[in-house]
Ligand binder design. Sequence first.
Ligand code: SAM
Length: 233
Amino acid sequence: PSLHTQRHQFVIDFVVNNKPQKVVDLGCCECKLLKKLKFHRQMKLLVGVDINGATVKKHMYGLAPLSTDYLQPSEDELRIELYQGSVTEKDARLRGFDLVTSIELIEHLSLASLSRFSEVVFGYMTPLAVIISTPNSEFNPLLPGLKGFRHSDHKFEWTRAEFKSWALKVCKDYGYTVEFTGVGPAPPGQQESVGFCSQIGVFRCLGGRDACGPLLDDEDDVCSYTLLYSVNY
Ligand code: SAM
């Protein structure tokens, strides 16, 4: 399977094992991950956010229910919502989720935007768990013909140590723990020295649901995202 598929499969495996009911995918792009996640029966609310509204609009109808979804209705209802918006902006509708995914997104942010992202995701949205994937630059010499970054829009590509230091700071600032892993293994004998092609951090809120539930305060009515699509199953 492609690296792209492996990253999404990592999220699917997490969903199978942890059974989140409310999930938001940041930088959902063509909504491919959401299309896979909607088949998980425990899912109650699936949300996608991307700054690129045109791409989301082009692909969003692929999330519409199929006639078979109505022939075999599940007990629990699923709602899907797609928004145009930036992960550097707060929106009260995204607070208190079970899982936030950010797959190959952070490397597209300037360092100033990345610090807004941390504040928005970990400090404001306060989900129970967060999965973040980003390129591991130590793997780059193994990619044939690559000069510079993997994509021209990348603002940075981090070593494992750089990702770790950012992630540990986030944990300290906002009360999370993190475990590091990845997808796309290195060739035999080089796993230790190089690591995975895509590095992944799995963050969990230290205090569990009590600490990570949405707080009621003045900020609660911030709605900066534009709803592009919503559907009830
Ligand atoms: N997550 C998808 C995947 O796994 O295939 C897409 C990854 S794509 C490399 C990065 C996506 O992040 C793009 O769709 C881009 O529009 C989106 N993006 C970039 N900056 C963003 C921001 N500030 N807020 C929300 N989305 C953003």
